[in-house]
Design a protein around this ligand. Structure first.
Ligand SMILES: Cc1cc2nc3c(=O)[nH]c(=O)nc-3n(C[C@H](O)[C@H](O)[C@H](O)COP(=O)(O)O)c2cc1C
Length: 340
């Protein structure tokens, strides 16, 4: 990746306090393994929204894969195919959702923002569902743009030709518009800063597929999401890229779990870098996790093989952790394996 693209991908909001916290919080958690348990068969299979997944790790929506690889998202999808992983396709991709779905061997999920233009938001969802996407994830944690120091210092701008392919019909002013607003403008050209729970009610009424909210941190919001009919939430601080100094996602998971009482699947992302982190997230009540930057780095280093290898490392390390902690399937992973 170019230096400025790397700063865009690896950097975070503000001074990067939350970005660092997402990682440090995992390392603070200590494990409490049990011994003399037969671990000669370890199973990481799980069921999420009625579908079997061979392991509880998904690829989070991230924009602009051409920054990491000339083939962009279709290369990522090939890597996900090989790894048996499910990709949440981002609205801000350099290939359209139709192009990505054509390559995908397992159904994609699709991420959207509530766009300023609600008719366009609906048309994007309709396109994703016609292309076979199984779930719609509405990202709710970026109503306005926050500062990002590293990106700013590196002078990051979308390179020529790196366009938001799904937005092509809105014209090149929007599809290729500067990645971030400049000067005193805090608003994005496309995110609707006026989005409220009314929009989620509306989305619930028009989305026949699974509907998830991405970017939930507060237990009260998780509860409203459930009451509004959402099928699940992704506990996320956007990988430390939106509001700086919010807590690590792993630290808010327990409170949300207590509030929703197992009535809705909880996914979590942010700072997951090893199989041990996946184990800790599951022990604290997550049903599955997502990774963002790790697979983008894999994509940059070795294209589809890199994406697949990153997933393989995490998956293998999860099995190793389960074996060493004394668990043979995911349902056994509980807070009992955390050292209090
Ligand atoms: C380069 C980059 C672009 C991203 N773009 C989006 C996006 O378009 N929509 C979205 O909901 N989240 C986006 N995210 C956030 C990810 O979905 C995810 O929440 C985050 O990367 C997880 O943290 P991790 O990178 O530490 O694994 C992006 C993250 C990165 C690193």
């Amino acid at each position: 990746m170019s230096h400025s693209a790397y700063e865009y991908v690896s950097g975070g909001a503000g001074a990067g306090v939350t970005l660092q916290e997402n990682r440090v919080a995992y390392d603070r958690i200590r494990l409490a393994p049990r011994v003399l348990i037969d671990v000669s068969r370890i199973d990481t299979e799980t069921t999420l929204f009625g579908r079997q997944y061979p392991f509880p790790i998904l690829l989070a929506p991230t924009g602009y894969h051409k920054l990491a690889h000339p083939e962009g998202e279709t290369e990522t999808v090939e890597g996900a195919n090989y790894a048996e992983a499910t990709l949440v396709a981002a609205t801000f991709s350099n290939h359209t959702i139709e192009q990505m779905s054509k390559v995908a061997k397992r159904p994609l999920w699709f991420q959207i923002y509530v766009q300023t233009d609600r008719d366009f938001t609906k048309s994007l969802i309709d396109r994703a569902l016609s292309a076979g996407c199984e779930a719609i994830c509405v990202t709710v944690d970026v109503p306005v743009n926050g500062p990002r120091d590293r990106e700013l210092r590196a002078g990051f701008a979308l390179p020529p030709g790196v366009q938001r392919a799904n937005l092509a019909s809105l014209g090149s002013m929007i599809a290729g518009a500067g990645h971030r607003p400049s000067g005193r403008n805090i608003y994005s050209a496309v995110h609707g800063p006026d989005a409220t729970w009314k929009d989620i009610e509306w989305l619930r009424s028009i989305v026949p597929a699974k509907l998830l909210l991405k970017g939930i941190l507060h237990p009260a919001d998780a509860q409203v999401a459930r009451e509004t009919g959402c099928d699940g939430v992704i506990i996320s601080n956007h990988g430390g890229r939106s509001l700086d100094t919010v807590p690590a996602t792993i630290d808010v998971l327990r409170g949300i779990r207590e509030r929703v009482q197992g009535k809705m699947p909880l996914l979590v992302d942010g700072g997951i870098r090893r199989g041990i982190d996946v184990f800790k997230a599951l022990a604290l009540g997550a049903d599955a996790v997502l990774i963002g930057r790790p697979y983008l780095y894999g994509l940059a280093v070795a294209g589809r093989a890199g994406v697949a290898r990153v997933v393989e490392i995490l998956r293998t390390e999860l099995e190793m952790t389960m074996g060493l902690a004394g668990c043979t399937n995911l349902s056994q992973i509980s807070p009992d394996f955390l050292w209090h």
